[in-house]
Design a binder for this molecule. Structure first.
Ligand code: CA
Length: 231
């Protein structure tokens, strides 16, 4: 482990994919460690203290979902999940596992690196803009959002959101009453200028609804999403 290097743990049981991802990330200047099964992944996450985990879903030992749960229960760390198919992504997002982004196989290394950098930017971004405007907790019905502490309570009970889910909620909250298109949400929350990944918005809305109730975020058909201030 060296000083300022950004460390990434790759969890993938297919050696060719693991090696290709590792080689590319090293070439991009990241520090890299690799695990090929669930238990080793949890152990390496503890010892290597990665800044981000690239996590395959289907793994020997126990699967990526269980790895995500175990790792997150010890220390919050951004997770980019590798899924086999789009419907598997929907399924996993529906479970609210706590990944920050999803990349469906097969993916290009260029796309993977871009998504990794986007997640890292988001997580490392100092609370600056948010902290300035967020005087204290904002309450909408039973929902309480503390933007400074990045904590959310529902009916007084703390709800764990991933950094991305929190950013999405905060963005909807800042613009409450307005309808935000998927492209605008992608740009503001994910820092993506192109709208090619609008499904990722839908997936995270689904996760937020699952955790915070179905009534909070309104779908404006054909347009986008809006925070329902009446709820
Ligand atoms: Ca696998």
């Amino acid at each position: 482990m060296t000083g300022n290097e950004t460390r990434i743990l790759i969890v993938e049981d297919e050696p060719t994919i693991a090696r290709a991802v590792a080689d590319r990330l090293v070439a991009e200047g990241f520090g890299v460690d690799v695990a090929a099964d669930g238990p080793t992944a949890v152990e390496r996450a503890r010892a290597y203290e990665p800044h981000l985990i690239v996590l395959d879903v289907m793994l020997p030992g126990f699967d990526g979902l269980e790895v995500c749960r175990r790792v997150q229960s010890e220390r919050p760390v951004p997770v980019l999940m590798l899924t086999a198919r789009d419907d598997e992504t929907d399924l996993i997002v529906g479970l609210g596992v706590g990944a920050d982004d999803y990349v469906t196989k097969p993916f290009s290394m260029r796309e993977l690196v871009a998504r990794i950098r986007a997640v890292l930017r988001r997580v490392e971004r100092p609370g600056g803009a948010v902290a300035e405007e967020a005087a204290s907790a904002v309450c909408i019905g039973a929902l309480e959002v503390d933007q400074r502490a990045r904590r959310v309570r529902l009916d007084g009970r703390e709800v764990h959101l991933t950094p991305t889910e929190f950013d999405l909620l905060a963005c909807l909250l800042r613009n409450r009453g307005a309808v935000l298109t998927r492209a605008v949400l992608l740009e503001q929350v994910w820092n993506w200028a192109d709208a090619s990944g609008t499904r990722v918005v839908d997936s995270h809305v689904k996760a937020l609804r699952r955790k915070l109730g179905q009534g909070l975020i309104r779908t404006v058909h054909g347009v986008g999403y809006s925070l329902d201030t009446a709820s």
